[in-house]
Design a protein around this ligand. Structure first.
Ligand code: SF4
Length: 163
């Protein structure tokens, strides 16, 4: 299945716990002022890549703990990312996703919820320049949360992960 991406980092230690492949998807409509990746906003930029090829690239690195979906806005390409998530989860890799949507909105979007359920953590909310901090683990601004997906779905409210 084809996914539109801006790029891939093969081994990141700043996009979630452990060693991760980070997939920067192409396309975002949030337009957060101060966004660090404005080149990822265009919905028809970047390149189309087969999810099977991305998964194969991940499997080539035996040290990977998981894959992080960043961007761009991953939840604009739920179908292809669900396919990628299924492929890598089957090999024991976990999924973390960044999104400009807040959790409470995300779970009202049917396709997004399907992808969300495949994730271990979701880092939610837009980047807010006034709340920017370099001290935050895996986040850019203080409004963003690291959501523990399983705990949140079970309890019916956003539960922040303790990392
Ligand atoms: S959601 Fe992310 S990629 Fe999109 S504008 Fe905001 S910071 Fe940039």
């Amino acid at each position: 299945m084809l996914l539109r991406i801006a790029g891939i980092i093969d081994d990141s230690i700043v996009d979630g716990p452990g060693i991760r492949m980070t997939v920067f998807v192409q396309g975002c409509t949030h337009n957060c002022p101060g966004c660090h990746n404005p080149q990822t906003h265009s919905l028809d930029g970047g390149e189309l890549v087969d999810t099977e090829d991305i998964a194969r690239r991940a499997f080539a690195n035996p040290l990977l703990d998981g894959i992080t979906l960043s961007g761009g806005e991953p939840f604009l390409q739920c179908e292809a990312l669900c396919d990628l998530a299924d492929r890598v989860s089957a090999h024991g890799l976990d999924i973390i996703a960044y999104t400009g949507f807040v959790w409470e909105k995300l779970i009202t979007m049917p396709q997004a919820l399907v992808l969300a359920k495949k994730c271990r953590y979701i880092i939610d909310g837009p980047f807010v320049e006034e709340k920017k901090s370099l001290m935050l683990l895996f986040r850019g601004s203080e409004n963003q949360r690291i959501i523990d997906v399983a705990a949140s779905l079970e309890s019916g409210r956003a539960v922040c992960a303790e990392l």
